[in-house]
Each structure stands twice: as structure tokens, then as C-alpha cells.
Design a protein around this ligand. Structure first.
Ligand SMILES: NC(=O)c1ccc[n+]([C@@H]2O[C@H](COP(=O)([O-])OP(=O)(O)OC[C@H]3O[C@@H](n4cnc5c(N)ncnc54)[C@H](OP(=O)(O)O)[C@@H]3O)[C@@H](O)[C@H]2O)c1
Length: 255
């Protein structure tokens, strides 16, 4: 029997997981992307693009496509789709697993200011003009128009459109991973004195956090939103093992 698996993606890990699961001949894997990135990199498995229309829409998709297992491998800050996934799985009676990479923890030397959302991050920069590295993606960059006194270096995968209505902003287009040495050079080149980041976890975007620590630069760190409590693993390998066990519980016991 072919086991039909839908992976909600938009992350490096989702792509890696899809590639790993697709190696099994009895798995049929589809990866779902929101469609935010104009030219997403090749995912290596069949891809569907665009929203489902809330939890109900996703539940209908799960039923119509006869999905046997839903995997939420979205970014930890993508709280709405994760909530929808848990609710849709419940409605459709489909099992769900989640890939939840652990968040970063501050270590000695870090100068983190913790905030709950991006609007709070803009306020936390304070009244005095600063040179800010915005590394939160393009979707919420506009929030910083509320703090036009700062100079911004804004990095994103796709162009920020429209540009921010602030007097001083510079735009960089780049796709991670971003090694620490390069991040350090960037922070130094632009004289950055505050980094705004989401607590994404993982290695690919940790370089700026390590670089900020080395240079004694403050990081305004946006905390993770609350996510639904579903069975989860922290790494691609651990989740792939959970999937194998889910479909082959007997083999797992060595019978
Ligand atoms: N938020 C971040 O910082 C961040 C960073 C890196 C990558 N991403 C990726 O970017 C995408 C969008 O993130 P977001 O924060 O905008 O999400 P979100 O706020 O949680 O979701 C907003 C809506 O976008 C649609 N959606 C989100 N992820 C989807 C997916 N994988 N497949 C199909 N539809 C999806 C859903 O629309 P419907 O309700 O119509 O189904 C959802 O209700 C996700 O794939 C996420 O993994 C996000």
C-alpha cells in the first residue's frame, strides 16, 4: 500500500525531510508551500502552492487527497498554519506529527532583549537613532516604519515591496545559510548596533547571533509564539524515524 503524506513546508528542514521520506517507494510525499517566495528552490518532491482556506480548507484537502499522515514542518513563527494543521487533522481524523526545532537559548556574553512580537521589537529599539540589522524576513519589515529614526539594513530572500517609508534603509537580497564569519563582517561593515531576529532555532541563521555576541551588539529577540501540542520531533532524522515507526510498528519491534 502507498502511504500518502502531506508535509507543510517552507523551511530547509521540510525540504530535507521530504527528500528523505521520498526515498521510500511505499511513500507518496507532497510538499505544501504558502507561495510567499517568488522562486523557491527546487524541493525534490511534488509541490503544491498556496493557502488551503483555513483549517476547514486543509481538512477538506486531507479528506479529498486521502492523506494518511500530515506533517507540520513549517517555521516556528508560522503560528497560524500550525494551529490550522492541528485543527484540520482533528477534523479530518488524520494523524499529525510536527517538526519542532528547538529555539536558541542565550549564553554568556549574549545581550538579548526579549519581545513578544515584531511591533514590540520596533519599540524596543528606543527613541535614539540606531543602526539596525533587520533579519526577520520581508513580511513584517513594514512594521519598522513606526520607528523611522533608525537606519536600517534589511535582508530578505525576495525584495521588500513597497520599500519602507523611512529615510534611511538599505536592502540586501540573500538566502541562508549565513556563516558567523560573514555575518560578523556584515555587522562591522555597516556599523550595526542592534540586530532584530526571530528565535528561529537551528544552525542556518544562528551566525548573526554568534557574531552579535562576539561584537557585544544587542539582539532584539522575538520570542516564539505558542504552538499546538502535537507529537513532535526536534530533528529531521528523529521525525523520519517517527514516520517509519508510524507506518511499520511491527518492523520497529524487530518482529
Ligand atoms: N514566519 C516566519 O518567520 C517564516 C520564516 C521562514 C519561513 N516561513 C515559511 O513561510 C510560510 C508562511 O509563513 P507565515 O508566517 O506567513 O505563516 P502563517 O502566518 O502561520 O500562515 C498564514 C497563512 O498562510 C498559509 N500557509 C502558511 N504556510 C503554508 C504552507 N506551508 N502551505 C500552504 N499554506 C500555508 C495558510 O493559509 P490558509 O489559511 O489559506 O491555508 C495560513 O493560514 C510557511 O511555509 C513558513 O514555514 C515563515
Amino acid at each position: 500500500m502507498t502511504h500518502r503524506i502531506l508535509i507543510l513546508g517552507g523551511t530547509t528542514e521540510a525540504r530535507q525531510l521530504a527528500g528523505k521520506l521520498a526515498r521510500r517507494e511505499d511513500f507518496s510525499v507532497t510538499l505544501s508551500l504558502a507561495g510567499r517566495t517568488e522562486s523557491p528552490i527546487a524541493q525534490g518532491v511534488p509541490v503544491r502552492v498556496g493557502g488551503f482556506g483555513g483549517a476547514e480548507g486543509l481538512a477538506a484537502y486531507l479528506r479529498e487527497e486521502h492523506i494518511h499522515l500530515l506533517i507540520d514542518a513549517t517555521h516556528p513563527n508560522a503560528a497560524r498554519i500550525s494551529a490550522n494543521a492541528a485543527e484540520a487533522a482533528r477534523q479530518a481524523g488524520a494523524p499529525i506529527l510536527a517538526l519542532r526545532r528547538p529555539g536558541w537559548e542565550p549564553v554568556a556574553g549574549d545581550r538579548w532583549t526579549l519581545v513578544d512580537n515584531v511591533a514590540e521589537a520596533a519599540r524596543a529599539l528606543g527613541a535614539a537613532p540606531r543602526r539596525v540589522f533587520l533579519a526577520i524576513g520581508r513580511q513584517e519589515a513594514g512594521t519598522f516604519e513606526a520607528a523611522p529614526q533608525h537606519r536600517y539594513l534589511i535582508r530578505s530572500v525576495d525584495p521588500v515591496e513597497p520599500k519602507l517609508a523611512v529615510p534611511d534603509a538599505l536592502y540586501l537580497l540573500a538566502r541562508g545559510p549565513f556563516p558567523e564569519a560573514e555575518e560578523r563582517a556584515l555587522l562591522e561593515k555597516y556599523g550595526i548596533d542592534a540586530v532584530v531576529s526571530k528565535n528561529s532555532g537551528g544552525d542556518a541563521t544562528y551566525g548573526k547571533i554568534a557574531a552579535a555576541r562576539a561584537l557585544g551588539i544587542e539582539v532584539i529577540m522575538v520570542r516564539r509564539p505558542a504552538l499546538p501540542d502535537v507529537p513532535s520531533a526536534q530533528t529531521v532524522d528523529a521525525l523520519a524515524a517517527m514516520v517509519d515507526h508510524f507506518f511499520d510498528p511491527v518492523a520497529e519491534r524487530g518482529v
